[in-house]
Design a binder for this molecule. Structure first.
Ligand code: ZN
Length: 305
């Protein structure tokens, strides 16, 4: 192929290539750092690798890792969050030391975004500010002292102060996700009811529930249980919590994250947490009430945008 032909071919290819975000070609990438490193019941390395692929394949994000030392040595963990737009936490390990807690809180208070994935609502129940940032949590000794259960009923929030522990899940299964704030930038334009591929559905969350907005629920064990929500802390910053994204105990068990619905809401949630807006187009392969949709390569297919 001669140089001129190559130029014409490249120009033609660019004409037919619609970027995920209308502005992504000109924009600086959003810089994300994933905090992880220990989890008693999840293959966290696989989940982190998959999320890095989902985010970087979009062309909108760069992703680094800030892994803890594991189950021993948390006192030596000293991550550097400077220069990042968002922290994504995917962690179920030992509670952070006071200096790391203050650094984490300051990152969000200074306007940083925080994205909280699946089992990250479990650890660190003894850290009051973390419970406020995530809005609600489960297990790890949480009970009525941390705040009410929160769920959705007949279009309203139900704050349930019944004493009792927090957190329950059954076996993994498919579930229908219902959007409860369809005009929120993370959800705007997406099918408001969609099938989510097999996942572990957490229920009976409870916590301080301050400045919380429920984005999506699923009907589980008799209640419309929140599975995605935002927290807008008075001190600053934006938090997106997504209880989806279970990743079982071996490397082949990342199927929950193969769901197009998970990937699209992760991408949109991360952009919103970083910038307060979502510039991403609505994809054509988003699931609906009848049909699942998977992106097993962790990137959008050519026909999606
Ligand atoms: Zn899980």
């Amino acid at each position: 192929m001669r140089v001129r032909d190559i130029i014409i071919a490249t120009a033609a290819a660019m004409l037919f290539c619609t970027p995920l975000s209308a502005q992504s070609a000109e924009k600086e990438p959003i810089k994300a750092v994933i905090v992880a490193g220990a989890d008693g019941s999840h293959y966290w390395q696989g989940a982190c690798d998959v999320m890095k692929q989902i985010l970087e394949n979009s062309g909108m994000f760069t992703v680094d890792f800030a892994f803890t030392p594991g189950w021993n040595g948390i006192e030596n963990y000293n991550p550097d969050f400077s220069g990042y737009d968002i922290i994504i936490i995917n962690y179920g390990g030992p509670t952070f030391t006071e200096p790391v807690r203050r650094k984490f809180e300051k990152f969000v208070a200074d306007g940083g975004g925080l994205v909280v994935i699946h089992s990250s609502v479990v650890p660190m129940a003894d850290w009051k500010e973390y419970n406020e940032l995530i809005g609600m949590g489960a297990w790890d000794g949480r009970d009525e002292k941390v705040g009410p259960y929160l769920y959705w009923e007949d279009g309203e929030y139900v704050y349930d102060y019944t004493p009792g522990g927090a957190g329950y899940h059954g076996l993994q299964h498919e579930v229908t996700i219902n959007h409860r704030a369809p005009e929120h930038p993370i959800l705007k334009g997406l099918n408001p009811n969609w099938r989510h591929f097999k996942d572990e559905i957490y229920t009976r969350m409870r916590g301080p529930v301050k400045n919380i907005e429920i984005l999506a629920t699923a009907y589980e064990r008799g209640r419309h249980e929140p599975l995605m929500w935002t927290v807008t802390p008075e001190s600053g910053g934006r938090v997106f919590v997504d209880l989806l994204g279970h990743c079982g105990s071996d490397p082949n068990m990342v199927y929950s994250m193969e769901c197009t619905g998970f990937q699209v809401t992760l991408l949109r949630g991360c952009e919103w947490a970083a910038t307060g807006e979502v510039t991403q187009a609505v994809p054509k392969d988003f699931p609906n009430e009848k049909h699942l949709s998977l992106r097993p390569d962790f990137k959008a297919p050519h026909h999606a945008y």
